[in-house]
Every structure is written in C-alpha cells, then in structure tokens.
Design a protein around this ligand. Structure first.
Ligand SMILES: *[C@@H]1O[C@H](CO)[C@@H](O)[C@H](O)[C@H]1NC(C)=O
Ligand SMILES: *[C@@H]1O[C@H](CO)[C@@H](O)[C@H](O)[C@H]1NC(C)=O
Length: 377
C-alpha cells in the first residue's frame, strides 16, 4: 500500500493557495496563504536522564548538495511522522520523546509547487559583504533586537514571548546533547550604561555604545527526531532546527515565523539574517544575499557567514494583504557551511533550513500548545 501513503505525504508537501498578483506599478511582494497541516502529539514517553557528551560544533557539514538532495524520493507519511516526532530536554537534565500524528484538515489540497529551478552561475564571495551593527538605536530596535546569543555559541531569534528559534546542531550533534545544553542560557545585548548617565554627556554620543549580554536560562528545548536520527545520513540537515523556551518572558518585540515561499517570490530573490559571527566577537552582524538554489527543505545561498551565525533566523519582508501592512517573518534557520562535490569540483554553499508547512505546524504547536492558532502559515 505504498501509493496511498506516498500520495497523502505528497499532499502535505505541496504548497497550496498562492496569491498571484498582476505586475502593476504598485505591485508588492505578497505573503502567500498556505494550508497548514496539523501536527499533534500522540504519546510522550520518558527517556530518563539525557547524555551531554558532544562537543558543541558551530558548523555542520554534509556532502549532499542540491543535486543530491533532489534525487531523494519523497518521504512516506510514516517517515514524516518519524521525522516530526521530537525530543524535549528539561533543565533538570531529563528528556522525553513525543510521537506525533499528522492530519490535513479539509481536502482542498491541489496545485503543485516545484522548487525554483536553478540559475547557477557560480559567484565568488568576492568581498566580505557583512555589516556589523553598531549603536544601541539599532541593536535595541526591531528587527536586530530579535537576534540573541546562545551560551553554546550559536545565534537564535525571538519568535514569541518566551521562545527562541535556533539550529538543532547548537543543542544536539545527532547522537548526544552537547556539553552546555543542560545549562543552556540565552544572551540579550543590553547597554552597559544606563540611559541617564549617557544623556549627561553629549560629547560621547559618537562613540559606539558599550553593550553587554544579559542571560536568561532555558527551561525546555524541543529537537525534531529528523535531526536526532538523521544526522548520520544526508537528510539530517533538513531538520536542523530547535525551539527553546525561556524561564521567563524576554519582554522584547519578536519576529513571527512563517511558511517559506519559493525563493522566486522573495523580494529581489533575497534573504536576510543577523548573527553573532565568531570572527567578530561581541558584534551583531547583518547580511543579505540572493538564494542560489533551493530544495523543498533547504535554501542554498552564498551569504558571507562565519560559525556562530548558525541558528540565525532567515527572514524576508513582504506585504500581508489581510493586515494591510509590511511584515517580516522568519522563513528559515541558518544551518551552516557546506562543501559539495560536483563532478569532482568542490563547491561551497551556506545552507538554511526552510520552514515548510509541516515544520511551521510543528514549531507553532511548540509555541502555542494548540493547533487552532497555527492554521495561518
Ligand atoms: C524534570 O522536569 C520535568 C518537567 O518539569 C518533570 O516532568 C520530571 O519529572 C523532572 N525529572 C526529575 C528527575 O526531576
Ligand atoms: C564625557 O565624555 C568625555 C569624552 O569621552 C569624557 O572625557 C568626560 O569625562 C565625560 N564626562 C562625563 C560627565 O561622563
């Protein structure tokens, strides 16, 4: 009975209802609407105390590039349920495994989507096109204020009052949790001096503000099984994301997550992200670049990035018609650098995990605790 399962799995993988707007003078890139499936916990079992053996690696590598990924057959529904099941790590060191069921509400699943066909004229990463963000006016304001630092060295993004999205490899190497994951903390850049002190001294205003991190402990962490089981093989990178829940609200503005449109729909085909690249200690580094290739689960780009930026939320800004306003949303998670063997030639890419409808449903459920609030991707 492979056919029906594969078919229903295909339905889940398909992007639905896309809003095609005519190109006119006031044309705006629009957020499409997606039909989001339901990912519901079925059973949770205790796995006891977790192991924290792995050395944190800020970078992941996979030999499987875009061409290799495109040759993988679609996962079956059973496989998808396996990948979307997840582990939860608690701050007391115990962990659980939760199995999920996947459902599609309604049946108007139609219209297919294919990954953007590649225009792969290789571009040299000529010069370093990253910008360090200076000054508290920027650092403390949206969207840069949503970038936070993990105590294991990666970057994360605020996606709800108490939640931070990051890369799974910052927490777990596929076999074990990393050292430091048990006492995981999230760092928020704050000015070293109080505003009052600063205001007294106008002559100082051109000197970059001194900033320091304030830390909040993580209460629990969710990592999808697709990462935990799959890291040894090539599908692993598709599931390189994790969600952290803080012990207390961070009280900053956060960025919503959204289902990733195809890269052709991104304004100028570009993505943006900011992270704590470890070659510029203490700096938040912003960059944007074109997407070169995409698969269903990954965006391949050549944004300049150094380890430490992994886990950064990849965002685009488009017009939300229902709300009549521009909205930035996180549509991916920066995973890392990748060397790919292509006909004997080494090519390198930076890879971001896309938020597919299924991943959206799962992460949204982790945040909200119900699926009713997760129907609009
Ligand atoms: C650890 O914390 C979780 C969640 O609060 C709880 O369910 C579990 O029983 C705790 N385990 C131990 C060994 O204290
Ligand atoms: C103001 O800034 C100047 C230049 O950095 C410094 O010399 C001076 O001591 C500061 N004054 C106060 C009151 O902080």
């Amino acid at each position: 009975m492979m056919l029906p399962t594969r078919l229903s799995a295909l339905c889940l993988l398909v992007f639905v209802i896309s809003e095609v707007e005519p190109h006119s003078s006031n044309w705006k890139p629009m957020w499409p609407s997606y039909k989001v499936p339901v990912v519901l916990p079925q059973a949770t079992l205790s796995l006891g105390k977790a192991q924290f053996n792995a050395e944190p690696r800020l970078d992941v590598a996979s030999p499987c590039g875009p061409e290799c990924h495109k040759h993988y057959s679609l996962p079956t529904l059973e496989e998808l349920k396996e990948y979307m099941s997840y582990e939860t790590l608690y701050s007391n060191g115990s962990h659980t495994e939760t199995e999920v069921g996947i459902y599609v509400l309604g049946s108007s699943v139609s219209s297919t989507q294919s990954g953007g066909k590649s225009r792969t004229k290789r571009q040299i990463y000529g010069y370093d096109s990253r910008f360090s963000i200076y000054g508290k006016d920027f650092l403390l304001n949206y969207p840069f204020s949503t970038s936070v630092k993990l105590s294991t060295g990666c970057t994360g993004t605020l996606v709800a009052e108490k939640h931070v999205l990051t890369a799974a490899h910052c927490i777990h190497d596929g076999k074990s949790y990393v050292k430091g994951a048990q006492k995981l903390r999230v760092g928020f850049l704050k000015p070293k001096h109080k505003d009052g002190e600063k205001a007294l001294n106008q002559t100082n205003s051109r000197i970059p503000d001194k900033m320091k991190f304030q830390w909040i402990r993580v209460k629990r962490t969710h990592v999808p099984k697709g990462w935990i089981k799959g890291n040894a093989n090539d599908i692993g990178m598709d599931y390189d994301y994790a969600l952290l829940e803080l012990k207390k609200p961070h009280k900053r503005k956060f960025m919503m997550i959204g289902v990733s449109p195809t890269s052709r729909q991104f304004p100028s085909g570009r993505i943006h992200f900011s992270g704590y690249d470890n070659d510029r200690p203490g700096h938040l580094v912003y960059r944007f670049c074109d997407v070169k290739e995409e698969t269903y689960d990954l965006l391949y780009q050549q944004c300049d990035a150094q380890p430490g930026a992994s886990g950064s939320g990849v965002y685009v800004r488009m017009w939300k018609r229902q709300k009549q306003k521009w909205e930035r949303k996180i549509i991916g998670i920066f995973s890392g650098h990748q060397w790919v063997d292509k006909d004997g030639d080494k090519q390198d890419y930076n890879v971001a995990v896309r938020i597919t409808p299924l991943k959206y449903a799962q992460i949204c459920f982790w945040i909200k605790g119900n699926y009713i609030d997760c129907r609009d991707g």
